[in-house]
Ligand binder design. Structure first.
Ligand code: ADP
Ligand code: MG
Length: 316
């Protein structure tokens, strides 16, 4: 099977929301009047962003999910995707599974695959996503204000736990927890519905891909503010609750969460709880924005916890 047969069979799908989809030299779309176009691209490289033996279906899901997560963090609605693939060989079974994972997630969010590029090379994936939001509206990183609450969606730490267990840095024996962690790592669910309801309510937002403190740090830098984060308030899986001290590095700085961290005025607390309930998304208030620079993680006594890659120790 050659490149064009692979594309035709696995990636060419009806694209009713585009003027022109896969098959020409370029795709054509017409954004909804009164909307801004949001665009983002992400690259996944074998060995760096995923293990070499990951199931191709999971990889197809994740390649798009990490992209959709970026649009969720903008409060935008995703519409069109472009997919660039470097494949070591034309393995039809692999491509079929990869495409199934990618297209299932795309379809569940009304996203159409309108083009891409396919070439031979070390396994590398890049997805470009195009989405829309009403003109002038976006959850920008630069919009946090001193006095804002800091919130995070879902549960933290599971993706990182799965990676660290796999690398032999942790030794967790709970099979159910490990299965949940691996699922969260391989099939992250982008928080698009939450991002959309937050658009009129929140100030700043970012998606948590590199770890909560790191991604919150980007909001702080862009907004020229500081943050206090309460370690005890970080939402975790029920099976981690009793051992949250042991897993604090995963919760606060693990990465691979694909949750949203966002800030909003305290006056919006009830509205945020109500809005998040509609898509059934857990949201937790985990700290507040203050004047200054940098993020401090605090224990229940208000003492700063200093994280390092092996765990944490206390300051002061
Ligand atoms: P060109 O040589 O003009 O760049 P290509 O041969 O790369 O065109 O691609 C042919 C068509 O197939 C284009 O419309 C392109 O967008 C689409 N395409 C190529 N690879 C993919 C892919 N992995 N997923 C979706 N569409 C693809
Ligand atoms: Mg091309």
């Amino acid at each position: 099977m050659n490149e064009f047969e692979l594309i035709g069979r696995y990636f060419k799908r009806p694209t009713p929301s585009a003027l022109l989809g896969v098959g020409d030299d370029a795709a054509i779309v017409r954004p909804t009047p009164g909307h801004d176009l949001h665009m983002s691209v992400d690259m996944l490289v074998e060995g760096r962003h995923f293990f070499a033996d990951v199931a191709p279906r999971a990889l197809g899901h994740k390649a798009l999910a990490v992209n959709l997560s970026d649009l969720a963090a903008m409060g935008a609605r995703p519409r069109w995707a472009l997919l660039s693939l470097a494949l070591p060989k034309a393995d039809e079974a692999w491509v079929a599974e990869f495409a199934a994972g990618f297209l299932a997630l795309a379809e569940s969010h009304g996203v159409e695959l309108i083009g891409g590029d396919t070439t031979c090379g070390p396994l590398t994936l890049s997805v470009t996503i195009l989405g829309e939001a009403p003109a002038g509206q976006a959850l920008r990183r630069a919009a946090a204000k001193a006095g804002d609450d800091i919130w995070v969606s879902g549960e933290l730490g599971l993706g990182a736990l799965s990676v660290r267990q796999r690398l032999g840095w942790l030794n967790v024996n709970d099979a159910e927890l490990l299965a949940a962690a691996r699922y969260k790592l391989e099939y992250p669910e982008p928080r698009l519905a939450l991002g959309a309801v937050l658009l009129p309510l929140a100030h700043a937002a970012a998606d948590v891909s590199d770890g909560l403190m790191a991604d919150l740090g980007h909001i702080l830098d862009e907004s020229a503010v500081a943050a206090e984060v309460w370690a005890d308030a970080l939402p975790s899986h029920p099976a981690l609750e009793a051992r949250r001290g042991e897993f604090l590095a995963c919760l606060a700085a693990g990465g691979d969460d694909y949750e949203l961290v966002f800030t909003a005025a305290p006056a919006k607390r009830a509205a945020i709880e109500a809005a998040a309930a509609a898509p059934g998304c857990r949201v937790s208030r985990i700290g507040r924005i203050v004047a200054g620079k940098g993020a401090r993680l605090l224990d229940s006594a208000g003492v700063e916890i200093k994280l390092d890659k092996d765990g944490y120790d206390h300051f002061g």
